[in-house]
Design a protein around this ligand. Structure first.
Ligand code: OXD
Ligand code: MN
Length: 601
C-alpha cells in the first residue's frame, strides 16, 4: 500500500517502526465506515468480536478481553523524562535511554504475522487552534475501531499535516507475535510484567506495549490528551485537564459553561449528561472526560473536548442513573467485557433491566444469581467493562461541542466522595483558594467509608495523568490564574456523597445536582448571595433552590454543616499529603493551607 502522505517525519517513523516490529503488512487507515465495517467483519470471522442483535443493538459489537488485561495498569505506566526530578512523586520514572532499550527488545519482531495499522487522528475538531494531531501505529484492529469512535481518524488529518507538519507519535503493540500457522488468541496481549505504557514528555512521544485495553491502548485518551498534553500545556501556557464540560442554560437563554474534575467513581459521565430538575434550566453535554483549555482573544478561558466519543463504565449505567448514556450506546457502539445475553444484546450489573442469561465477560455461560464454588456471586460484567460510543449519538449533545474556538468556561467544579466533613457545596474566596481546593481534592475509598484517616488525595482528579512534577503542575494552575486575572473561572467544591450518622445519603444527587449548578451560575451572575464561612462561601438559607424537593430542614443543616473538629482532622491529612510533594510545592498553596488552618482554629 502506498503511503497517503509525503510528511517526511511520518514516513521515516513508519519505516523505522516497520523495520523494528516486522509486521506482515502495513495498512494506512482512513477512518471510513468501509474500513470500520471491514475490520469488524474480520474480527467476527476470527472469533474476536461478537456481532450483536441488529434489531436490539444495531451496528454494535461485543468483545471479551483477557482476564489479565481489563484496566489501566498504573504500576506499569512510566513518565520517562530526562531528569527524574521532572517526573515527581506521583509518577513512576525510568531513565528514557534504559526504557527505550528494554522496550526496543520487546518491540523487535512483535508484529510478526500481524497487520500494522497507521492511524492519523486529530484530538479536537480538525484544524481547531486548540486541537493536536497524533498518529498511532498499532497491531490491534480492535484499537483501530475504537480510535474511529474516540478520535477523529481521517485523511483530512494527513492533508493538514502536509509535508512538514508536527504530530505526536503513538506506538502501540499488543505484544503477541504469531509463529507461522499459530492460531491467534481471542484477545492477544503480553503478561503483566511485559506491559509498558511509556511517555517521553520531552519528545512528545508515547510507546505502549503489551496491553490492548482502554487507556493503555487507545493512546489518544489518557496518554496523549492528558499525560503528554499536560506537559505540553505547562510549557506552552494552556491546560489539559481530566474534566467534563457541560453547558447549563438558564430560562432567559444565558449560557454558562462548567468544567468539572472528579476522581473515578464520582459520577463524572452522569453529571456531564445530567437531566436538570430545575424548571427552565437545561444541561447539554460537551465532553465527559477531558478538557483542553486555552485563553482566547478576549482573555477568557476557552475549552474543547479533544475526544469524539465516550468510553464509559457500563456497570451502574441505567435509565435511572444516566438515560442519556444508555441512549448514546443504543447503536453503533462497541462493548467490552459485558454480558452478551441469549438474545445477543448486552447486560451489566446495575442496568436495572431483567436478564435471563447469556455469556459473561469470561465468555462462560452465566445467569443472574450464579454462585462460584465458594458461594460467592459471580458478576456477569467486569466492574471496569465499557461501552465505546460516538458522541454525536448523545441526545443532549451541545450543538457547539465541535466549535473550533471552544466554549468560554465560567465555572470550575472540584469534588470527591466524602461521607462526612465536606458540605454539599462551597465556593472558593478567589482563584488561588480554588487551586488549593482542586489540589487537595480527596475521596474516601468506598470500603472504608467512614474512616477519615484513609483519605485518598487526587489533586484535580489528575494523579495518574499529570505527565510531569505535581508541584510544577500546581504552579502552572496558579500561573494560569494570574494570566486570566478577573476573567478566570469561579471555583467551587462539591460533595454529593455526604451521609447522616445512620449512613443515609443526605442529598438525592443525580438530576437534583442541577440545583447546585444553578446556585453556582447565579453566583457568577451576581444574583444570589453567599455567606462567608471559614472554609469558603456557602449558600445562605433560601439561596439554593430546594423547591419541590423533599429534604427536611434538619437534613439540610447536616448536609451543609462544617464540623470544625472533623475539618481539622482533614487538614492534618492535607498537610501530610502536601509535605510529600517536596520542595516544588508552591508557597502559595502552603499560604492557602495556613490561612484555612487559622480560620478553622
Ligand atoms: C477513565 C478513567 O477511564 O478516568 O476515564 O480511568
Ligand atoms: Mn477519566
Amino acid at each position: 500500500m502506498t503511503a497517503p502522505t509525503k510528511n517526511k517525519k511520518l514516513l521515516s517513523w513508519v519505516d523505522e517502526v516497520k523495520a523494528m516490529c516486522k509486521p506482515e503488512r502495513v495498512v494506512w487507515c482512513d477512518g471510513s465506515k468501509t474500513e470500520y465495517d471491514r475490520l469488524m467483519s474480520e474480527m467476527v470471522a476470527s472469533g474476536m468480536a461478537i456481532k450483536l442483535n441488529e434489531e436490539k443493538r444495531p451496528g454494535c459489537y461485543a468483545f471479551n478481553s483477557d482476564p489479565s488485561d481489563v484496566a489501566r495498569v498504573e504500576n506499569r505506566t512510566y513518565i520517562a523524562s530526562l531528569k527524574e526530578s521532572d517526573a515527581g512523586p506521583t509518577n513512576n520514572w525510568i531513565d528514557p535511554v534504559e526504557l527505550k532499550k528494554t522496550m526496543t527488545g520487546h518491540y523487535d519482531g512483535c508484529m510478526r504475522s500481524r497487520t500494522m495499522y497507521v492511524i492519523p487522528f486529530s484530538m479536537g475538531p480538525i484544524s481547531s487552534p486548540i486541537a493536536k494531531i497524533g498518529v498511532q501505529i498499532t497491531d490491534s484492529p480492535y484499537v483501530v475501531c475504537n480510535m474511529h469512535l474516540m478520535t477523529r481518524v481521517s485523511n483530512k488529518v494527513l492533508e493538514l499535516l502536509g509535508d512538514a507538519g508536527e504530530f505526536i507519535p503513538c506506538l502501540h503493540s499488543v505484544g503477541a507475535p504469531l509463529n507461522p500457522g499459530q492460531r491467534d488468541s481471542h484477545w492477544p496481549c503480553a503478561p503483566i510484567e511485559q506491559k509498558y505504557i511509556a511517555h517521553f514528555p520531552e519528545e512528545n512521544l508515547i510507546w505502549s506495549y503489551g496491553s490492548g485495553y482502554g487507556g493503555n491502548a487507545l493512546l489518544g485518551k489518557k496518554c496523549l490528551a492528558l499525560r503528554i498534553a499536560s506537559s505540553m500545556a505547562c510549557r506552552e501556557g494552556w491546560m489539559a485537564e481530566h474534566m467534563l464540560i457541560l453547558r447549563f442554560t438558564n430560562p432567559q437563554g444565558r449560557k454558562f459553561h462548567i468544567a468539572a474534575a472528579f476522581p473515578s467513581a464520582c459520577g463524572k459521565t452522569n453529571l456531564a449528561m445530567l437531566q436538570s430538575n430545575v424548571p427552565g434550566w437545561k444541561v447539554e453535554t460537551i465532553g465527559d472526560d477531558i478538557a483542553w483549555m486555552k485563553p482566547g482573544p478576549d482573555g477568557r478561558l476557552y475549552a474543547i473536548n479533544p475526544e469524539a466519543g465516550f468510553f464509559g463504565v457500563a456497570p451502574g449505567t441505567s435509565v435511572k442513573t444516566n438515560p442519556m448514556a444508555l441512549a448514546t450506546c443504543s447503536k453503533n457502539s462497541i462493548f467490552t467485557n459485558v454480558v452478551v445475553t441469549d438474545e445477543l444484546d448486552v447486560w451489566w450489573e446495575g442496568m436495572d433491566v431483567e436478564c435471563t442469561g447469556g455469556t459473561d465477560w469470561k465468555n462462560k455461560p452465566w445467569k443472574p444469581g450464579l454462585k462460584d464454588p465458594n458461594g460467592h456471586e459471580v458478576k456477569g460484567a467486569h466492574p471496569n467493562s465499557r461501552f465505546t460510543a460516538p458522541a454525536h449519538q448523545c441526545p443532549v449533545l451541545c450543538e457547539d461541542w465541535e466549535s473550533s474556538a471552544g466554549v468560554p468556561i465560567d465555572i470550575f467544579v472540584f469534588g470527591g466522595r466524602r461521607s462526612t466533613t465536606m458540605p454539599l457545596v462551597h465556593e472558593a474566596f478567589n482563584f488561588d483558594h480554588g487551586v488549593f481546593l482542586g489540589a487537595t481534592t480527596a475521596s474516601e475509598p468506598t470500603a472504608a467509608a467512614l474512616d477519615a484517616q484513609h483519605l485518598r488525595f487526587d489533586p484535580f482528579a489528575m494523579t495518574p495523568f499529570i505527565g510531569y512534577h505535581v508541584g510544577d503542575y500546581f504552579a502552572h494552575w496558579l500561573k494560569m490564574g494570574d494570566k486570566l486575572g478577573n476573567k478566570a473561572p469561579r471555583c467551587f467544591y462539591v460533595n454529593w456523597f455526604r451521609k447522616d450518622s445512620k449512613g443515609k445519603w443526605l442529598w438525592p444527587g443525580y438530576g437534583d445536582n442541577s440545583r447546585v449548578l444553578k446556585w453556582m451560575c447565579e453566583r457568577v451572575e451576581g444574583k444570589v448571595g453567599a455567606e462567608e464561612t471559614p472554609i469558603g462561601l456557602m449558600p445562605k438559607d433560601g439561596d439554593l433552590d430546594l423547591s419541590g424537593l423533599k429534604i427536611t430542614a434538619e437534613d439540610w443543616r447536616e448536609l451543609m454543616k462544617v464540623d470544625k473538629h472533623l475539618f481539622r482532622e482533614t487538614l492534618n491529612d492535607v498537610r501530610e499529603y502536601l509535605a510529600k510533594i517536596g520542595h516544588k510545592l508552591p508557597h502559595r498553596i502552603m499560604e492557602q493551607y495556613e490561612a484555612l488552618k487559622k480560620r478553622i482554629d
